[in-house]
Design a protein around this ligand. Structure first.
Ligand SMILES: Nc1ncnc2c1ncn2[C@@H]1O[C@H](COP(=O)(O)OP(=O)(O)OP(=O)(O)O)[C@@H](O)[C@H]1O
Length: 308
């Protein structure tokens, strides 16, 4: 798959001397949904601002659609839609006008059929004649996306698309964003909700302190870094862990009521049989057995040592 955005050795040092990006390399593939995760202050907004041409890099290069974001700003800006967190447009304007004006601002000829399709895709068609102030929070956020799409960008940046939005609306946003993918738009989103990245992204990038720690297919990341856990609920508490089980890496919870065995997603799974056979050989009775797979959140916490 070809890259729509290429970031090479990108650094950014702010005027006060703070180094917000320390040599980032990133290839964003055409048509993918990439989620950028990172704790507060990691550099996500700085990275997006430079790609969108809103902030100057200190060194390195960013290409969008093969054009340099600094020397060919007008060409790259044309290819990009940016969805900010807050709606700053006139609250007394209608949905239709707001989205149509946005297309005009980019110097594009009016195209009512396109605006109609965008509004329908984002489930805003029924509200086209409503003023923005008459919309719910979730609808206002969808208007932001519609505005960013009005000039037909090939890459859409969403900065925290569902921050502060309730769970139901968040799901609605996910559906709307997922539908965009079908139209071939590349989507890059920053999020503090790991569940959001887990649900939506094809690939996940993790940023910490100005460095891109990794960019991986979501599934590969979970397979590689994910862990599984087997828990046995014991019929009677154990005072000490039998050595035979300890040797297999099994541990006993402090209350003596559960045996816990952690293993990787890939190799080593064969040990489960050995663990269960040893439990039986030791004459330990259990009342329940459960397994749990680590979530993206567990992986993220182990990578950056903090919740996003
Ligand atoms: N104009 C500026 N001058 C100096 N430092 C800045 C400036 N803008 C951002 N920074 C610093 O750069 C670092 C990265 O900020 P950035 O906004 O890119 O982080 P972020 O990952 O988007 O964080 P958040 O998740 O909180 O939005 C932070 O330490 C921030 O304080």
């Amino acid at each position: 798959m070809s890259s729509i955005v290429s970031v090479h050795s990108l650094t950014k040092t702010y005027a006060n001397g703070f180094q917000a990006l320390k040599g980032v390399d990133l290839e964003i593939r055409q048509g993918e949904i990439l989620a950028l995760l990172g704790p507060n202050g990691a550099g996500k907004t700085t990275l997006i601002s430079i790609i969108c041409g809103l902030s100057m890099p200190s060194s390195g290069q960013v290409l969008v659609g093969g054009h340099d974001v600094v020397s060919q700003f007008r060409k790259t800006r044309r290819l990009i839609g940016l969805v900010p967190q807050e709606l700053t447009t006139d609250q007394f304007e209608t949905v239709w006008n707001t989205v149509s004006f946005s297309r005009g601002l980019h110097g594009e000829k009016s195209n009512p059929a396109l605006i109609e399709r965008i509004l329908k895709d984002l489930s805003l068609w029924e509200k086209r004649d409503n003023k923005l102030r008459e919309l719910s929070g979730g609808m206002k956020r969808r208007v932001l996306i519609a505005k960013a799409l009005a000039h037909e960008p090939r890459v859409l940046f969403l900065d925290e698309p569902t921050a502060g939005v309730d769970v139901e609306l968040r799901r609605g946003m996910w559906t709307a964003i997922d539908r965009l993918r079908e139209t071939g738009v590349t989507v890059i989103l920053t999020t503090h909700y790991i569940e959001e990245a887990e649900e939506m992204a094809d690939r996940i990038g993790v940023i910490r302190a100005g460095e891109l720690l990794l960019v991986e297919e979501k599934k590969a990341l979970m397979d590689k870094l994910g862990r599984k856990q087997l828990r046995l609920e014991l019929k009677a508490p154990l005072a000490v862990l039998p050595q035979s089980l300890g040797a297999l890496g099994v541990s006993l919870t402090p209350d003596g009521r559960q045996l816990v065995h952690e293993y990787g997603n890939g190799a080593g799974d064969g040990r489960i049989g050995q663990v269960l056979a040893t439990v039986e050989a030791e004459g330990i009775a259990f009342t329940d057995l459960s397994t749990r797979q680590s979530s993206l959140e567990d992986i993220f916490v182990s990578l950056v040592g903090a919740r996003a």
